[in-house]
Design a protein around this ligand. Structure first.
Ligand code: ATP
Ligand code: MG
Length: 176
């Protein structure tokens, strides 16, 4: 009889995915960001999806704060500038919002793929472009169906392998 795969190994990175996390309060969203932040590094790509107002920007802001971007630096949706860098945290961060992208060639023009060499890249409305942005993407889907907020964490194969390393289930139960 073979042993069950140990949590955190790469043997079956998809076995835990998607990971669903209820987000009944803003505090819960902040806690999720805080639990993911310590493991994030330059080169990581998080693609955020979910309907308008589902909390993509809120989550990005919480992640920026958890990575050390001070409250004095506003973290708002870069809907018009499309891309916004933050240099004030533990690692460089690039926040993009592709809601207004008309054609996939426009994504290439933003240079996000190359920016992964020097920053953690967080992309609202980015999931359709995950492969174009270099793949190994962690997907954060924010869902508000039936009035209940939750995050669904998943990824492509390599993204899932990254994800299971980032997620420490016990961390969701730490006091806020
Ligand atoms: N549990 C929660 N997690 C995150 N945001 C929440 C939560 N509960 C309420 N909110 C509120 O929901 C709103 C989410 O707005 P936000 O701009 O982050 O959404 P968005 O997904 O980025 O929208 P858009 O598609 O327009 O970019 C905020 O006003 C936030 O305060
Ligand atoms: Mg937004």
């Amino acid at each position: 009889m073979s042993a069950a795969p140990e949590h955190g190994t790469q043997a079956f990175p998809g076995a835990l995915c998607p990971i669903e996390i209820p987000l009944p309060t803003r505090r819960a969203t902040i806690r999720l960001a805080r639990s993911l932040a310590p493991g994030l590094r330059v080169g990581d790509l998080l693609v955020l999806s979910g309907p308008l107002g589902s909390g993509k920007t809120f989550f990005v802001r919480a992640l920026c704060r958890a990575l050390g971007v001070p409250e004095s630096v506003p973290v708002t949706s870069p809907s018009f500038t499309l891309v916004r860098p933050y240099a004030e945290g533990r690692i460089p961060i690039v926040h993009a919002d592709l809601y207004r992208i008309g054609a996939s060639e426009e994504v290439d023009m933003l240079g996000l793929r190359a920016l992964r060499a020097e920053a953690l890249v967080l992309v609202e409305w980015g999931r359709p472009y995950a492969a174009q942005l270099g793949g190994e993407a962690i997907s954060v889907e924010l869902d508000t169906a039936e009035g209940r907020r939750r995050a669904r964490l998943d990824g492509d194969d390599a993204g899932r392998a990254r994800l299971v390393r980032l997620v420490r289930p016990s961390s969701f139960f730490l006091p806020a």
